[in-house]
Design a protein. Structure first.
Length: 263
């Protein structure tokens, strides 16, 4: 069992009580109870309603949501303050990693302390601010992450529709995390797909021209190969030969002169 002075020293290690006067610490120390939790057992579960907070006297615990570990606690660490203050369900599970000795402080004792000590109110506000600030930052980061993911998804839909705008991922690509790396890789893939499609389009155009020429040649061959074409060609040749063999008509200069005298 802790002596009152040892309890007061331990309480002051917790940020929520660090600004309390010695008298205020002594008062809350008299209302703190020691409890034991064996290794492997939960102090409380996520979703439970709680009206008590704890400070670790001895041992270690982990804060988690199923297998997702959120924090690791040791001697002097406090937990459970927010549920004690707002009466809402616990936001995580706390499980003993080693056998735990805890100081337990209930809501009534905490509210009584706040009503008597402005230092206690200031300490609680400070703790809540420290807790809320990273949460707000994380929420902002999560929002930006979701925005970046939405841009990646939109880019994928554009590529599927045949629209290539890799510059739309520029802001995502400058991120230093895995999402930024994914955006840079996706941009490279977009450029490659676009280049391949343009090359394929050029090949198709060239093939279409070649097919048109081949088709025209085939049509000419079909016309030339008909009996009608051969007959017409032979007739035209014969006509040229006949015209070439005919004597030239006399010109005025070569006509014989006529006698102007009449009989």
């Amino acid at each position: 069992m802790l002596t009152p002075s040892e309890t007061a020293v331990l309480l002051r290690m917790a940020p929520i009580f660090s600004a309390l006067s010695d008298d205020a610490l002594a008062r809350i120390a008299t209302q703190a109870r020691e409890v034991a939790v064996p290794a492997g057992q939960s102090v409380f579960q996520i979703g439970e309603l709680g009206d008590t907070m704890y400070i670790i006297v001895q041992g270690e615990a982990r804060v988690h949501d199923d297998e997702h570990e959120m924090d690791y606690l040791r001697r002097g660490d406090a937990f459970g303050e927010t549920a004690t203050l707002d009466s809402l369900p616990r936001v995580a599970t706390v499980t003993a990693v080693q056998d735990l000795r805890l100081l337990e402080i209930d809501r009534a004792a905490l509210y009584g302390l706040m009503s008597q000590s402005i230092e206690a109110v200031q300490g609680i506000v400070r703790v809540l601010t420290r807790w809320a600030r990273p949460m707000v930052h994380q929420s902002s980061e999560d929002f930006r992450y979701m925005q970046a993911m939405a841009k990646l998804t939109a880019a994928a839909a554009q590529v599927e529709a045949g629209i290539y705008e890799p510059e739309g991922l520029d802001q995502v690509a400058i991120r230093p995390d895995d999402l930024g790396q994914l955006a840079r890789l996706f941009q490279s893939m977009i450029y490659q797909v676009y280049a391949r499609e343009q090359a394929l389009k050029q090949q198709v155009d060239e093939l279409r021209i070649e097919i048109d020429h081949t088709h025209q040649a085939h049509q000419v061959a079909q016309i030339v190969g008909t009996e009608y074409f051969r007959t017409s060609r032979d007739q035209a040749r014969d006509l040229r030969q006949m015209l070439g063999a005919s004597p030239a008509a006399p010109t005025p200069a070569t006509r014989p002169a006529t006698d102007s005298r009449l009989p």
